[in-house]
Design a binder for this molecule. Structure first.
Ligand code: NAD
Length: 464
């Protein structure tokens, strides 16, 4: 699985230094592959290639860009099995999640942007002005490891559809699946320089992209701390930034909810991808009348989450992505000042596993309820009435997602009051064309669907 090149200007090229990054399999702790460690010089080359390609790509009619994305979708779809296997190996995602979400979702999103770009665009006017939308320019895309292809595609597909050109830096923990996208781009015949790949570390390649004078926009997904650093770097030249950051989402189970279903779906949401999901409902807020029942239901649902080999069909919880992540999560568990309901199931000796863990009677102001843990740890908190639930739900510096369970009208009323970029009522399914993004320190900017496309556009008024 070793890769020894960067993709710049439509060609596989060597990196400027011979240094490499070892990619680890978190389920076995063995080195899986090496990729080049890019440098600031490599970023310069990639940005120059993206700049050179920009004028022609921006001038290509949107429908033609959509047709190119359609070819990319075809080439990437042919790799669906390889994508799932690669994410299973470099992230440790259990096979079922790897196939359905890690491979399936980015393919859906890419197809969606190919189709969206193919649709005729209606001309917008305001009085005697014609309002046109133009691509922002060269985009630097910096992505994390937890949904390593989806997060790449959510940016790349929208930016390319909008007419931007892209320099991509995937997470150094999971760079291999991004290579599959570039393999597909090469096969699909994307014009040279439109999409470039520079793998490497955050402080070197990521920082060079964020600070590059010729990068017009930085689209970043990752932690709030890194998002802040990226924002500072881009602010020096007033470059546009989109930030998709962390979360600490609440799942609110109201007095008139179907509690059994709400807890079952809520636990599944919290533990999806071993809890390494930015939108995970990690705080379960339960009306006091259902509290004891909900705690019991959550404990037995959590106990059904078997850890183990991600490639074993019966495994529901894979490892965490790295030793550092495992130790960080264990630190939160060790420091927790709440009632441990479950969390002592045995885990394999090798690999960065943490068992499904549930705490009850969690203080809404405590570290457990305030910090993004990014592991399979659920906190359960009681509330007295709807107002109290809303106060606890909004008592967070994050505002990314959430759930509400109850009669449709009441759930909607509570959902409207939640200060988050998204709310799912009664387990409504994820919508890949709905705008996705945060309030507060979960970031700003929106991905997916039409909103995700306009994120990569400038607006111009032409008076006539
Ligand atoms: P991270 O912030 O450590 O890294 C994200 C990316 O930024 C990586 O590619 C990394 O190499 C790069 N980076 C690191 N330092 C940098 C610097 N100084 N300048 C520029 N780039 C730099 O985050 P992570 O650990 O990879 O991912 C987990 C985090 O991502 C969690 O907080 C999670 O909530 C968040 N996340 C958010 C969303 C969302 O859409 N809101 C989605 C997924 C993950």
């Amino acid at each position: 699985m070793n890769r020894d090149s960067l993709y710049i200007g439509g060609r596989w090229v060597p990196a400027s230094s011979g240094e490499t990054i070892a990619v680890e399999n978190p389920a076995t702790e063995e080195t899986l592959a090496h990729v080049p460690a890019g440098s600031a010089e490599d970023v310069d080359r990639a940005v120059a290639a993206a700049r050179a390609a920009f004028d022609d790509w921006a001038a290509t009619p949107m429908a033609e860009r959509g047709a190119v994305l359609g070819k990319l979708h075809e080439a990437l779809s042919a790799r669906a099995g390889e994508i799932a296997r690669t994410v299973g190996l470099e992230l440790g995602a259990p096979l079922k999640v790897a196939k359905a979400v890690q491979a399936g979702l980015p393919l859906t999103v890419l197809r969606g942007y190919a189709d969206l770009a193919a649709q005729p665009v209606e001309e917008e006017t305001a009085g005697h002005s014609l309002i046109v939308r133009e691509p922002v320019g060269v985009v630097g895309a910096i992505t994390p490891w937890n949904y390593p292809l989806h997060q790449v595609v959510a940016k790349v597909a929208a930016a390319l559809a909008a007419g931007c050109t892209v320099v991509l830096k995937p997470s150094e923990l999971t760079p291999l699946v991004a290579y599959l996208l570039l393999d597909a781009a090469d096969e699909a015949g994307l014009p040279a320089g439109v999409l470039n790949l520079v793998p490497g570390t955050g402080p070197v390649v990521g920082a060079a992209i964020a600070a590059h004078p010729d990068v017009d926009m930085v689209s970043f997904t990752g932690s709030t701390a890194t998002g802040r650093a990226v924002s500072h770097a881009a602010a020096d030249r007033i470059a546009r930034v989109a930030l998709e950051l962390g979360g600490k989402s609440a799942n609110v189970i109201l007095e008139d909810a179907d509690v059994t279903k709400a807890v079952k779906v809520g636990v599944g949401n919290a533990f999806l991808n071993s809890g390494q999901t930015c939108t995970a409902w990690t705080r379960m807020l339960v009306h006091r009348s259902h509290y004891d029942a909900a705690v019991e239901l959550a404990a037995s649902a959590a106990e059904a989450y078997r850890t183990g080999d991600p490639f074993d069909e019966s495994t529901r919880l894979g490892p965490l992505v790295s030793a550092a992540q495992r130790d960080r999560v264990r630190g939160f568990i060790d420091r927790a000042d709440a009632r441990l309901v479950t969390g002592n199931a045995p885990v394999p000796d090798k690999g960065y596993f943490v068992p499904a863990t549930v705490f009850a009677d969690v203080d809404p102001d405590s570290e457990l309820a305030q910090e993004e843990i990014f592991g399979p740890v659920l906190s359960i908190i009681p509330f007295d009435d709807d107002d109290h639930a809303v106060r606890i739900a909004n008592n967070s510096r994050y505002g990314l997602a959430g759930g509400v369970w109850g009669s449709p009208e009441r759930a909607l009323a509570v959902g409207r009051r939640m200060r988050t970029g998204a709310v799912d009522l009664n387990g409504a399914a994820f919508n890949p064309v709905a705008p996705f993004g945060g309030y507060k320190q979960s970031g700003f900017g929106r991905e997916l669907g039409v909103h995700g496309l306009t994120e990569f556009q400038q607006t111009k008024a032409i008076q006539r």
